[in-house]
Design a protein around this ligand. Sequence first.
Ligand SMILES: Cc1cc2nc3c(=O)[nH]c(=O)nc-3n(C[C@H](O)[C@H](O)[C@H](O)COP(=O)(O)O)c2cc1C
Length: 189
Amino acid sequence: MKGTELVKSRRSIKEWEPLGVSRETITALLDAAVHAPNHHLSQPWRFTVVMGDAKERLAAARGRAKASGFQDPTSAEAHSAGERARAEMAGAGAVVVVTCVPVADPIRAREDLCSTAAAVQNFCIAACGEGLGTFWSTGPLAGSPELRPMLEIPEDDILVAIIMLGYPASVPPVRRRKPAAEVTRWVER
Ligand SMILES: Cc1cc2nc3c(=O)[nH]c(=O)nc-3n(C[C@H](O)[C@H](O)[C@H](O)COP(=O)(O)O)c2cc1C
């Protein structure tokens, strides 16, 4: 598949085949992720791979975080939204939490954040090329007080992505973008 076709074929996947993803496969995807450009070879990204029982615990925390965002977190509506959020993550083969190590210099901090986002996209595109699906999320779980202690992620690290990874059961249609031509200027002289 051509590079442009591969990039355009990536979708955010929310329905998964009940299959695990091997450590070897995830390791290969992470090795692709760290080929992202990064200024001064700062390599600011950190990855936490969550599988097995730990993934179930994380999915349960995602469900609680979702429900807690409702005006009445004990309502039936909050409960069913929480359950949907839990099941979506529990159904994935693995979850990879991507964080960026903070630095004091504001220019470097911004560049490091860009590099970490590029690493996330490398991961997602590489996964797509291997027939896997990804879902880059943040959402209520990203701000949950449960997340960092559960995964021993340092308080200061910047959370960039919670990637669900697995074999897609369905691939949603393309969410249409503004054509690039509408947001592009060509400067020639
Ligand atoms: C930083 C970031 C955070 C995101 N967080 C969420 C999220 O919490 N919930 C969600 O449904 N989608 C989330 N998304 C995915 C976008 O909604 C998705 O990429 C967009 O709808 C386009 O769909 P596509 O990825 O299938 O092209 C996030 C994407 C990014 C880049």
